[in-house]
Design a protein around this ligand. Structure first.
Ligand SMILES: Cc1cc2nc3c(=O)[nH]c(=O)nc-3n(C[C@H](O)[C@H](O)[C@H](O)COP(=O)(O)OP(=O)(O)OC[C@H]3O[C@@H](n4cnc5c(N)ncnc54)[C@H](O)[C@@H]3O)c2cc1C
Length: 457
């Protein structure tokens, strides 16, 4: 991992001056040590301190707070759990899909409320969410998802037809949309750094540029080893997300997958007359490899998704830049909003998300109850990590609450197989997703689209 250029890792990480804190440079004893300074680690520390102000807590971060997905994401505070409601229902059953959605509703509300209560500086807006249909097949897919949500007794989601959607956002590609008021957009790096300020004031010690190389046991303690100091802790929280596989204890639970983003210059005011978007909703489409897009506080268009990158070795974490995906995303912006055909793009970046084999989050214990972990938020972890922090704090404190009882706490994850088989599995899954997206993208039946075996890359 790089040390110097964290501000180049995303546009967000360059939107404020940030001076990283000191590394760990001595041996220390704490009650709880947290590995990873993203939203999961920061929020776990916050909820622990709120419940038990006397706890001695340290966070150890390899690079700087917000260096991982938390400082690079699209900034959607949204209810989506895993990939889709339908896939969650298929994998875990309808009752659990409903439980997951209700957990996510709670997560979105919690983040929105914490931003207000603690005055977290992160350009927060709460404009709602549109999942737009860009072909007839996607229209059918979205309508099916809405029907499933309603069958599960979930509220706050409705269908906007083409004319209704046109009053909100205008694109020649839109046929209608899923509309859900419960969604916010924010600047994630500012949010991570605001969290650091809050928990530091509460007495949490934050060590940056302090990669943990090893977890071991000594007597009843858990020991974390870094280059210049060791931490002896009663309890440890592993909040390392897409880097988790570097720890043997978590190796098979997830793989890193990279998603990429491009950003425009601020959109001139007159263009909004063409595209509308006066209510500034966060938008996704309904592809397997979704597009996600939104406006920033200064009216730049952030467009992410379309494709993902993976690494054959599993260990090379330098996959942030994907020129073909960046080029494709820029073309997608021009196709969606022809009024932006001459817009300039100023930033491109990417970051890793944590993907379990069944694409759903997992929280649990490693061996005894002294080490807990959270991973697998896929591309939907901004809200989730904020509530997971509260859940992890209950797990660390040994409290049984409604949060620790949800089905993805302490669930059995399906292990990713060894490298060769894992790469074959990824190739097959990606091949299928691409093939189906091409089929669904096509406005009419397109005989040139071949079946998955032949398109698998
Ligand atoms: C490009 C992109 C777009 C996304 N868009 C959205 C979105 O719009 N909405 C949404 O809900 N989700 C989105 N996500 C997902 C979301 O960002 C993540 O799920 C969430 O931020 C995960 O937070 P985390 O704290 O678990 O992990 P991270 O933020 O990745 O933090 C893990 C931290 O652990 C540190 N670390 C790793 N190894 C070690 C070690 N050995 N020692 C010490 N520290 C270590 C890393 O440096 C990192 O800072 C997106 C992700 C990406 C990459």
């Amino acid at each position: 991992m790089e040390s110097q250029s964290f501000s180049e890792k995303s546009y967000w990480l360059s939107t404020r001056d940030y001076a990283p804190g000191q590394p760990l440079s001595a041996d220390i004893d704490v009650d709880v040590a947290i590995v990873g300074g993203g939203f999961t680690g920061l929020c776990t520390a916050y909820h622990l301190k709120k419940k038990e102000p006397g706890l001695r807590i340290a966070i150890l971060e390899s690079e700087v707070i917000g260096f991982g997905a938390s400082g690079r994401n699209g900034g959607f505070n949204m209810t989506l759990f895993g990939l889709t409601l339908g896939i969650t229902a298929l994998r875990f059953g309808k009752r659990k899909a409903r439980e997951a959605h209700l957990y996510m509703e709670k997560a979105v509300d919690l983040l929105r409320d914490l931003v207000a209560e603690l005055d977290l500086d992160c350009d927060y807006e709460h404009p709602g969410f549109l999942r737009v249909a860009t072909s007839e097949k996607y229209r059918a897919r979205i309508l099916e998802e809405i029907e499933l949500a309603h069958k599960l007794g979930l509220g706050g989601i409705e269908w906007l037809d083409k004319a209704q959607l046109e009053r909100e956002v205008r694109s020649p590609m839109y046929l209608g949309a899923w509309w859900e008021p419960r969604c916010g957009i924010l600047n994630p790096a500012k949010l991570a750094w605001s969290w650091k300020a809050v928990i530091t004031r509460m007495g949490v010690a934050v060590y940056e540029r302090s990669p943990v190389a090893e977890i071991s046991r000594q007597g009843g303690k858990v020991v974390l080893t870094t280059t210049r100091g060791r931490v002896r802790a009663d309890k440890v929280v592993m909040a390392t997300n897409a880097w988790s596989h570097f720890f043997p204890q978590l190796r098979t639970k997830q793989v890193p997958v990279w998603t990429h983003i491009v950003l425009t210059e601020p959109i001139p005011e007159k263009v909004f007359a063409d595209i509308g978007w006066q209510n500034r909703q966060g938008i996704e489409d309904a592809r397997n490899l979704v597009h996600y897009y939104r406006l920033t506080a200064d009216n730049r268009l952030l467009m992410g998704g379309r494709d993902v990158s993976v690494t054959a070795s599993g260990d090379d974490m330098d996959q942030d830049l994907s020129p073909p995906t960046f080029a494709g995303l820029k073309e997608d912006v021009r196709q969606l909003f022809p009024a932006l055909k001459d817009i300039r793009f100023t930033h491109e970046w990417g970051g890793p998300v944590s993907v379990p084999l069944d694409m759903a989050p997992a929280l649990g214990y490693l061996g005894d109850k002294n080490v807990v972990y959270s991973l697998g938020c896929v591309g939907h972890g901004v809200s989730l990590t904020h509530l997971n922090g509260k859940t992890l704090s209950d797990m660390v404190l040994g409290r049984q609450t409604d949060l620790t009882e949800v089905f993805f706490v302490n669930r059995r994850t399906i292990p990713w197989p060894p490298k060769f088989l894992r790469n074959m599995a990824i190739k097959a899954i990606m091949g299928y997703m691409h093939w189906e997206d091409r089929r669904f993208d096509a406005p009419v039946a397109d005989p040139s689209i071949s079946p998955p075996e032949r398109t698998a890359r």
